[in-house]
Each structure stands twice: as structure tokens, then as C-alpha cells.
Design a protein around this ligand. Structure first.
Ligand code: FAD
Length: 202
């Protein structure tokens, strides 16, 4: 808890010295990052239609309520900036428009932390695996079932990875991948490699 308050102070400290925190990478070398044009993938992220259940649950909760719990903020932001390789500023703007607690220091400060460009940021090679994180922090799948009801009848062990579920389990749960729930937008391992490559080339 105290460390969270310290992060809040730290973000305000940064804003005090750097009014451009929402637009400029705090570590200059990240200014050269080759971001991808998100296109349809970006729209799918905003709508909670990425095919990664915990990311979709978070993005739908954000849209419906204007709130998202901190862990899920980290996972959705990481998925956008690392797995989709879309510029953190675009995600920051979406959160800015949607969050009730949108804050001029904490929103960009946290986005830059996730993207790796912030002062004292998460090291670039630490890329969340949203499936494993979902299983760790939402083991019973309650959060996913609440916000992604089309996965509601899947057993716990499949709810965070419907694309790996056997066809008979999907069919019993009424899940038709690619029809009423999307297949994952990207392969997590391949997209992780692409993000690492982009960072190494800086
Ligand atoms: C990508 C991303 C964007 C975010 N955007 C915002 C934002 O626009 N506005 C905002 O207030 N917070 C933001 N946060 C931080 C954090 O998610 C929220 O402050 C937190 O969800 C508030 O929930 P809580 O009150 O239950 O937090 P608790 O865990 O109970 O923490 C207590 C207080 O500490 C502060 N705090 C907690 N976590 C953080 C953190 N990571 N950074 C800074 N302060 C923190 C908050 O003021 C919070 O109320 C963001 C985090 C991420 C990863």
C-alpha cells in the first residue's frame, strides 16, 4: 500500500519537472521506437475483442464502468504496447477518455512504466503473459465470466485459454471461436519476440 502511494508521489514529481510526460518518452532512446499502426487490432483492444480473456474483461469493464483494477490495467497496457506493439500514447489517450480517475500524472506515468520508456520503468524484457497472469490472479475465472459472459460456461481450466480448449468442451459451453468469441489477435510468444526485437534495435 505504501509503495502505491510512493508511485503516486513519484508520478507527480515527474509531472512537476516534465510537463510533457503524456507525449514524450521520459527515456530519450524510446523516442525512436518503431510502433505499429494498430488499425483493426487497436479497435479490437478498445472493444475488448482481442481473444485474450483477461484483457477483454478489463477493457469491457473500463468501457462499462470507467474503472479497471490496477493489475488488469497493467495487463491491458502491456498487451497493447508489447504484444500489439502500439504506441503507449494511444493507450494513454484511451484510458484518459474512459477512466473516472484519469489523472494527468498517474495515467501517463503508469503507461510509460509499462512501455519501458518511463523513468525507473519496468525493464523492457519483462513482458506480462496475460494468460498466465489471468490464471494467477483470477484463478476461478470469476472476473472473466463477469465481463466476458460468452465464456461463462467454460470450466475454470479453460476460461483463460479458450483457444486451447477441446472442441467438445467449447461446444458444450456454447463457445464458437471466431464467431461468438474471437481467436487471439496475436500469438503471445511470437508477438513477445517481436517486441523484444524492437526494443533491442533502439
Ligand atoms: C496503465 C495504467 C494507467 C493508470 N492510470 C491511472 C490514472 O489515470 N489515475 C490514477 O489515479 N491511477 C492510475 N493508475 C494507477 C492505479 O491503477 C490506480 O490508482 C488504482 O487502480 C486505484 O485503485 P485503488 O484505489 O484500489 O488502489 P490501492 O491499491 O488501494 O492504492 C491506494 C492509492 O495509491 C495510489 N496508487 C495505487 N496504485 C498506483 C499506481 N500504480 N500508480 C500511482 N498511484 C497508485 C492511488 O491513489 C490509490 O488510490 C494507472 C495504472 C496503470 C497500470
Amino acid at each position: 500500500m505504501l509503495s502505491e502511494l510512493a508511485w503516486r508521489d513519484f508520478n507527480y514529481h515527474q509531472l512537476y519537472h516534465r510537463e510533457d510526460i503524456a507525449t514524450v518518452a521520459m527515456q530519450a532512446k524510446y523516442g525512436g521506437m518503431q510502433w505499429r499502426d494498430g488499425g483493426e487490432e487497436l479497435k479490437a483492444w478498445g472493444r475488448g475483442q482481442t481473444g485474450i480473456p483477461i484483457v477483454d474483461a478489463g477493457m469491457r469493464e473500463l468501457w462499462a464502468t470507467g474503472f479497471m483494477q490496477n493489475r488488469v490495467r497493467m495487463l491491458t497496457a502491456s498487451f497493447l504496447t508489447k504484444n500489439l506493439l502500439v504506441d503507449w500514447r494511444i493507450g494513454e489517450q484511451w484510458f484518459w477518455d474512459c477512466l473516472f480517475d484519469a489523472d494527468e500524472a498517474n495515467n501517463p506515468g503508469n503507461w510509460q512504466w509499462i512501455a519501458g520508456s518511463g523513468l525507473d520503468a519496468s525493464p523492457y524484457f519483462r513482458i506480462f503473459n496475460p494468460v498466465l497472469q489471468g490464471e494467477q490472479f483470477d484463478g476461478g475465472g470469476d472476473y472473466v465470466r463477469r465481463w466476458v459472459p460468452e465464456l461463462g460456461l467454460l470450466p475454470d481450466k479453460c476460461v483463460h485459454r479458450p483457444n486451447e480448449a477441446p472442441p467438445e468442451i467449447l461446444s458444450r459451453a456454447g463457445v464458437e471461436l471466431g464467431i461468438n468469441y474471437p481467436l487471439p489477435l496475436v500469438d503471445l510468444r511470437t508477438s513477445r519476440g517481436r517486441a523484444l526485437e524492437a526494443a533491442r534495435s533502439l
